[in-house]
Design a protein around this ligand. Structure first.
Ligand code: ATP
Ligand code: MG
Length: 602
């Protein structure tokens, strides 16, 4: 029986700790003290609640600001693909979203009905999203880059009543599927419109124009469904996670403690609202805090991003490891051309953040990167590095106040071991197992829509099982090892791809690495690394041998890759995660499985 205690590598401890000094003006001055005194019920009191009781996400995000001293503060700064820039205040966004809520209600779309949104990142997307929440319908944002089949699949699982999109996206991606979506009652075309009743679509602009800009939010219970979010599809078919209005309490708390939002901040979350990060932190959390949010319609481009950070004076920036690795690849000289002095705090999520990248942030951007961990299912940040807490590069940080996290023992087959009473065992510090959370936080998912069995399988012994492997050190910092499915079993040892990838990333020639296990007669599985190289570096046999030696010195022979293959691109999800299961399927000539979220390089 293979137990995870036979871990092959040394505990991933940092070579260097980034020490935080004294009072930084952070919302949380002292992690231990905050953790001790924190309660969710107290946190809830910072929110207003609906006049007659109840809790509605859009009320907290907009209505209370639009009626208060921040009414004329800029809520959104929308950047077009060119140089266009539009500012939208809290009062304006409140009125715009009221109009959309009135449009829905005039169409007879009621509470609980699913409104799918397939729009570019601009003002209308926000009016539609928040208007949907005000109407107590369920918001289901999709990524506009999805192809027809992933869109159909998600709308079918979600039982979509309404789709809001543009004429172009509709024509190219939805029109041909319409008769396969019997529940879909209305298609609203935003932007230029061009809807025609023959094609069963409506132009949104005249409807918005005709709608009143006042709307009274109806009674909303904290556990009424608010959002349906699909997972990234990194490990298989995406699941639709159900979230409720009460999640706004988590969005508020994490914005305060993990992102350190202050009233005068300019905040930029680079994720598209089609991913949970782009909704929880691209829409709800910053608005709840009354801060200005950057909404960028454009795609990643190193110069454009640096220019945005400089010109918009972004002070808090929330992005992803893959974007940071691309900036690293573009070189330090490029970063130096820009004035990034407004940046106060940088956070990252979505994938393991290599220690190399944390230090690069400190040295090149002037700010260390703060990794945090969470999932579509958790609805908000669960484990994080905070402004006032020392960083151990390579660690995801410590659990948010109010969150209890544990590492549970797994047995053969990879499942958490349960005793006769369904009890489970935690491992000792330093040992690895499955990362688990004690249910009960406000943004906890309440189900996978249409898949109750899968939902139930996520719980054991009073814990929510994340499916990720981790270890906790003596001081309560959590270290990511890999997804349960990605872990490599080699010569009786278990190897996490992240550790191998991070070691190779330290080599100056390497831009990005994806590591998998391939069948090996002797070892069971052998470690194989797919490597992309930095600009200007050519692949060669000499470099390959150098990398093999480099990895062996850092990791030891048991963990280092046996094989290294140079490649131009690694397969990523559209949200930027390396799809190791696809590397593996291709390597073994197996079926590729669900590739609906695969990013197709342009
Ligand atoms: P699917 O569940 O469909 O396979 P997914 O798990 O990638 O897709 P998300 O909910 O978007 O979908 O991503 C959550 C996962 O991303 C986590 O379970 C974890 O594996 C990974 N992740 C997120 N943040 C971090 C982090 N800071 N370090 C390491 N891994 C992370
Ligand atoms: Mg997942």
């Amino acid at each position: 029986m293979i137990e995870l205690s036979q871990w092959a590598g040394e505990p991933m401890m940092p070579g260097e700790v980034i020490v935080k000094t004294g009072d930084s003006g952070a919302n949380m001055a002292d992690y231990a003290r905050e953790r001790e005194s924190f309660t969710w019920s107290e946190a809830r009191r910072a929110l207003e609640g609906l006049p007659g009781g109840g809790l509605n996400m859009a009320h907290e995000a907009l209505v209370r600001h639009a009626r208060g001293p921040r009414r004329d503060h800029v809520a959104l700064r929308c950047l077009g693909r060119g140089d266009e820039r539009t500012d939208v205040t809290f009062a304006e966004l409140d009125r715009g979203s009221n109009r959309f809520a009135n449009v829905l209600s005039a169409l007879g779309v009621g509470p609980g009905e699913r409104v799918f949104v397939l729009l570019p990142r601009d003002r209308e997307l926000y009016e539609v999203a928040l208007g949907t929440l005000k109407n107590r319908s369920v918001l289901c944002p999709l990524f506009a880059a999805f192809g027809p089949e992933p869109i159909r699949q998600r709308m079918e699982i979600g039982g979509a009543s309404v789709l809001v999109t543009t004429a172009t996206l509709y024509r190219h991606k939805v029109a041909s599927l319409r008769d396969r979506l019997p529940a879909l009652r209305h298609v609203l075309l935003a932007g230029e419109g061009t809807g025609d009743s023959a094609a069963d679509t409506l132009d949104l602009a005249p409807l918005m124009e005709a709608a009143a800009d006042e709307f009274l939010i109806g009674p909303t219970r904290p556990d009424d469904m608010a959002l349906l979010h699909f997972t990234s599809g990194t490990t298989g078919t995406p699941k639709g996670a159900i979230h409720v209005h009460e999640a706004v309490v988590s969005h508020y708390v994490t914005g305060r403690l993990a992102l350190d939002l202050h009233p005068e901040d300019v905040f930029w979350c680079t994720a598209d609202p089609g991913w949970v990060t782009g909704t929880s932190y691209g829409i709800v959390s910053p608005l709840v805090h009354g801060v200005t949010t950057i909404v960028d319609e454009g795609d990643f481009d190193a110069r454009r991003w640096y220019a945005t950070l400089e010109h918009q004076r972004v002070s808090v920036w929330y992005t992803a490891p893959t974007a940071l690795r691309m900036l690293m690849r573009a070189g330090a000289a490029l970063a130096e051309e820009y004035d990034l002095s407004a940046l106060r705090f940088i956070a990252s999520v979505g994938e393991p953040l290599n220690p190399e990248v944390v230090l690069w942030g400190r040295d090149v951007l002037g700010r260390a990167i703060h990794d945090n961990w969470w999932q579509t299912e958790t609805g908000g940040i669960m484990i994080a590095n905070y402004p006032s807490m020392d960083i151990r590069p390579g660690s995801m940080g410590r659990p948010l106040p109010g969150i209890e996290a544990a590492v549970l023992r797994r047995g053969e087959g990879g499942h958490v071991l349960t005793g006769p009473d369904g009890d489970v065992q935690e491992v000792e510090p330093g040992q690895e197992g499955e990362l688990a959370l004690r249910p009960g936080w406000p943004s906890m998912f309440r189900g996978y829509l249409g898949n109750e069995e899968r939902y139930r399988a996520c719980f054991a012994g009073g814990w929510y099982l994340s499916g990720d492997l981790a270890r906790r050190d003596e001081d309560g910092y959590f270290w990511f090892i890999g997804r349960g499915d990605d872990v490599i079993k080699s010569a009786g040892h278990l190897i996490g791809p992240f550790e191998v990838e991070s070691a190779l990333m330290e080599h100056e020639a390497v831009a990005e690495v994806g590591v998998i296990g391939v069948p090996d007669e002797l070892l069971g599985e052998a470690v194989k690394a797919f490597v992309t190289l930095n600009a200007g570096v050519a692949p060669s046999e000499e470099l390959r041998l150098d990398l093999l030696g480099f990895a062996r010195r850092r990791l030891g022979a048991a963990v280092a890759p046996r094989e290294i293959l140079f490649t131009h691109d690694l397969p990523h999800t559209k949200s930027g995660k390396i799809m190791r299961r696809l590397l593996k399927a291709r390597e073994l000539g197996m079926p590729e499985g669900d590739t609906s979220t695969l990013e197709v390089p342009s």
